[in-house]
Design a protein. Structure first.
Length: 201
C-alpha cells in the first residue's frame, strides 16, 4: 500500500468513529486521500450483519448494530482497532485479499513484538495457539472499505465473556500483554508498528 492520512481516536465513542469512517469513504469516492484510522473505544458490543448473541450487557457498555461482516464482538479500553478506508481497485484487491493483507500485517506486527500469530482455517482473525488475539470484519461498498481489525493489547480477556464471540462459544481470548507477561503495553507504539506493516504489505 502507498501513503495515507493517519488519524487516531482515543476514547472516542464507537458511533462517532464509524461516522468518521463513512465521511472519509464518501470523500475517497470523490478522489480525496485514503486513510488509516486507529481507535481505542469506550466499552462497546457490536453486532455484525448476521447479528450475534449477547449473554449480558455489562454496566457502562453500549450495544451497536452495524454493517460489517461477522457476528458479535467487543471493543474497549486496552484494545486497538485499525480501520483502513481505501479504494480496493487501486491496489488490485478483492474483499478476501484485503482480509489476507490485514491478517498478514497483524501477524508481522505481532512477530516484531515476539509473538507468533497464525491464521485458523474458516475463522477470520489472528490466533496465538488456540487463543484469539485479533478479530476482523470488513464492509466494502462501491469498492471502498471501512471497518477492519481489532487487536487485544492489554484488555482483560474476560471482556468477551458477555457475548458469544464470533458465533463460537468455545473461543477463548488472549492479548499482547498476556502473551508477553507484562501488565500494560503502549497502544500508540504498537499502532505505529501496525501502520508500517500495513503500508509495507
Amino acid at each position: 500500500m502507498s501513503m495515507f492520512d493517519i488519524e487516531w481516536h482515543w476514547d472516542v465513542p464507537y458511533l462517532d468513529t464509524l461516522a468518521r469512517q463513512e465521511e472519509v469513504r464518501h470523500r475517497v469516492q470523490r478522489g480525496d486521500s485514503e486513510m488509516i484510522l486507529l481507535a481505542e473505544h469506550p466499552p462497546t458490543i457490536t453486532l455484525g450483519k448476521r447479528g450475534g448473541t449477547i449473554f449480558k450487557v455489562p454496566e457502562g457498555t453500549t450495544v451497536q448494530e452495524i454493517n460489517r461482516g461477522g457476528l458479535a464482538t467487543w471493543h474497549g479500553p486496552g484494545q486497538l482497532a485499525l480501520y483502513p478506508i481505501i479504494q480496493l481497485s487501486r491496489y488490485k484487491l478483492g474483499v478476501r485479499s484485503l482480509a489476507c493483507l490485514l491478517e498478514s500485517a497483524t501477524i508481522n506486527t505481532l512477530q516484531h513484538l515476539g509473538i507468533q500469530g497464525t491464521r485458523k482455517r474458516n475463522s477470520p482473525g489472528i490466533w496465538v495457539h488456540d487463543l484469539k488475539i485479533a478479530a476482523l470484519g470488513l464492509d466494502v461498498k462501491k469498492g471502498i472499505n471501512i471497518h477492519g481489525v481489532a487487536l487485544n493489547i492489554h484488555n482483560d480477556a474476560s471482556c468477551f465473556s458477555c457475548i458469544e464471540a464470533c458465533g463460537d462459544s468455545s473461543v477463548s481470548y488472549t492479548s499482547v500483554a498476556q502473551e508477553l507477561q507484562i501488565p500494560i503495553c503502549s497502544l500508540q507504539n504498537i499502532g505505529t508498528l501496525w501502520i508500517q506493516s500495513c503500508i509495507q504489505s
